[in-house]
Design a protein around this ligand. Sequence first.
Ligand SMILES: [Mg+2]
Length: 353
Amino acid sequence: MARIANVGVEVLADPHNPQLLVRVTAEDSLTGTGETWWGTYQPGAPAGMPVLPIAVLIESLLTPLCVGQPCDSVADIEALWQRMTRATLQYGHEGIVSTAISGVDIALWDLVAKRQGVPVTVLLGPVVHKSIPVYASLTWLGDADRVCADAQRALQHGIRAVKLHEANVELILDVRRRLGPEVTLMVDASARFDEHGAIDAADRLADADLAWFEEPLYPQSDHAALARVRSVAPMPIAAGENEFSLAGFKRLIASGAVDILQPEIAKFGGITPARGVGRLAGAAGIPLCPHNYSLGPSLLANIHWAMTAPAARWLEVPWLSEGGSFPCAMPMPALVDGCVLPPTAPGLGYTGR
Ligand SMILES: [Mg+2]
């Protein structure tokens, strides 16, 4: 039986795209690599600081809970997930606690799959998709020329759908006209509107032929308000990246606020609860489009999860402007006709630093 020797963190202190890697190492030195959510941009904070509270939580609370525990099987991972969750409950399970647990959990799945010499999909199985299309998720640009340039680069790369992070309705309509009707287009407003503003924007975007309108309003926790927006919006409403637990997804779905569910695996607890989230989406008949803004282990975790989740429809890949990069230096997954195929390498298949 292999036991855990250490759980370590590495802060990759990029000023724009910080990453927090988690490495779980067994006594025989076999190592699994995971990733937490990357924090929010904090004006004035030194590079890497947005992920530091999560790193401290892992090292101070989760590492001591994991060291010495067995790590050979899915049952071992489930036991560790329960152990970490119970021991931290009084800090408040949602927020950076579930984010920290996510990173450790993703690393554990990588480790156990590597130990068994199989892709994580085999542990989650069965694979139910031959391929899943990806969409290019642009950054906040605020300029139609730059949006169109980045979108065209994505289309030339073979990606067939583009998501804008913009809240300027005229800019979005202009981009739609310039890209033409063939491109699948999504818009993420990143909670820039109140309820009235969200309803007004959705109405004015009726001719933009959007695949979905994402997180239109603040606060994201006001599911009832989002349900009212959805009831009059002429396009599907997407949300879910700011739910931090299975219970949160149950509340969101029950509120009738979403047409598209977008869980963030690096926030809501990792691959262990992802199986339940996928079943929840399937039971509700809601397409599952995992949220992701990393090129790193969390994107790979999403790919393995989605391949085994019947409700999965789209995968999000970040599409930075020319010259942008993620510090872990993992390459973009290979695409065939704008789709990712089921992974075949053992573990998550992570190849970054
Ligand atoms: Mg979003």
